[in-house]
Ligand binder design. Structure first.
Ligand code: ATP
Ligand code: MG
Ligand code: FE
Length: 332
């Protein structure tokens, strides 16, 4: 099976061609980060316009790279949500137009299912499987008993991990996106400040990062009022230590509680070096196989959408040409 994937949920225009859900034939990503940088975040209107301008070029490039022709494409998978609705619409409409014109089956894919399936481009899944999703908009623990079945066992009650990174980075006057900047500074600093860890109820797999964010902001503010200048590196290291501690501890507890055969990590924050190291150490000790995608597959791309879409196609799922973009969409 060869599936064409299309992803436009946020600020990356992406098209990919994937064989059998595991082999990347092409993975083209056009990032808009430069256009949004001066606004300190993604501007939805600008994102939509960029997608419209880029999509045909990105599609053409994906065909060039993969040496594929339309005859070889078995289906089209597109991110239907969640995300920015104006951005999603560009991908959904492109996918519908192509499905109609080329007479190919179409399937809508959940963006987070895509992040999860980025891992399968590296290694075959083994169930039960626990997925830690840490992205710009999501922080979730998902249990999978089989392909295409997702049970949400925990999620953030306020900010997503990536959102917290971006907000703290903004406080430190670091350029957008803040995650990689904090990651870089944290390596150079020490945990000189003990920021709070939001453990929530004893048996909860939920997360909360807004208290931590406020604590960082207050600490910076109070130091300034005392005329003290805290080292950015130390703030970054201290903030990151709190995030990693909570993410790692809860993921380890869930992996043990559900006796999983594999743990996978997905989403942009999975690119974080400190988090990768902490998870690798913990799961090596426990002897539970851990899978973290290479950097390029952690952030938004269309190979992951094609990978998740392949499973949907194999399970007989199809979308009508009335498929619509959905700003919010539950994972199921
Ligand atoms: P969602 O997938 O929830 O819709 P999104 O697609 O915007 O959100 P991703 O593209 O998966 O999110 O990830 C982007 C996020 O990852 C940003 O918040 C960014 O700061 C963060 N991020 C990227 N690299 C790193 C890093 N090395 N350390 C920490 N955070 C990082
Ligand atoms: Mg993004
Ligand atoms: Fe994403």
């Amino acid at each position: 099976t060869i599936i064409l994937g299309i992803e436009t949920s946020c600020d990356e225009t992406a098209v990919a061609v994937v064989r059998n859900g595991r082999e990347i034939l092409a993975n083209v990503v056009s990032s808009q980060i430069e256009s949004h940088k001066r606004f300190g975040g993604v501007v939805p209107e600008i994102a939509s316009r960029h997608h419209v301008e880029q999509i045909t070029y990105v599609l053409e490039e994906a065909f060039n790279q993969s040496n594929t022709t339309w005859e070889k494409i078995d289906g089209i998978a597109v991110t239907e949500g969640p995300g920015l609705v104006g951005a999603l619409l560009v991908g959904v409409n492109a996918a519908k137009a192509l499905a109609f014109a080329k007479q190919k089956p179409l399937v809508g894919v959940h963006h987070i299912a895509g992040h999860i399936y980025a891992n399968r481009l590296e290694k075959e899944f083994e169930f039960p499987l626990l997925a830690l999703i840490v992205s710009g908009g999501h922080t979730e623990l998902v249990l999978m008993q089989e392909h295409g079945e997702y049970e949400l066992i925990g999620e953030t009650r306020d900010d997503a991990a990536g959102e917290a990174y971006d907000k703290v980075a903004r406080m430190l006057n670091l350029p957008y996106p803040g995650g990689p900047q904090i990651d870089r500074l944290a390596e150079l600093g020490q945990e000189t400040i003990t920021f709070p860890r939001a453990w929530l109820e004893q048996d909860s797999y939920d997360f909360s990062f807004s208290g931590l964010k406020s604590s960082v902001i207050n600490t910076i503010h109070n130091a300034k009022q005392r005329g003290e200048e805290l080292k950015k590196e130390d703030i970054a290291a201290s903030f990151q230590a709190s995030v990693i501690d909570v993410l790692t501890t809860k993921t380890v507890r869930a992996a043990k509680d559900f006796n999983v055969k594999q743990v996978i990590v997905a989403g942009g924050v999975a690119a974080n070096k400190g988090l990768r190291n902490a998870l690798e150490t913990s799961f090596a000790e426990l002897n539970i196989p851990l899978l973290i995608p290479p950097f390029k597959l952690c952030t938004d791309n269309a190979a992951m959408i094609a990978a998740a879409g392949t499973i949907a196609f194999e399970q007989g799922k199809r979308s009508e040409l009335s498929l619509n973009a959905r700003a919010s969409l539950p994972l199921k």
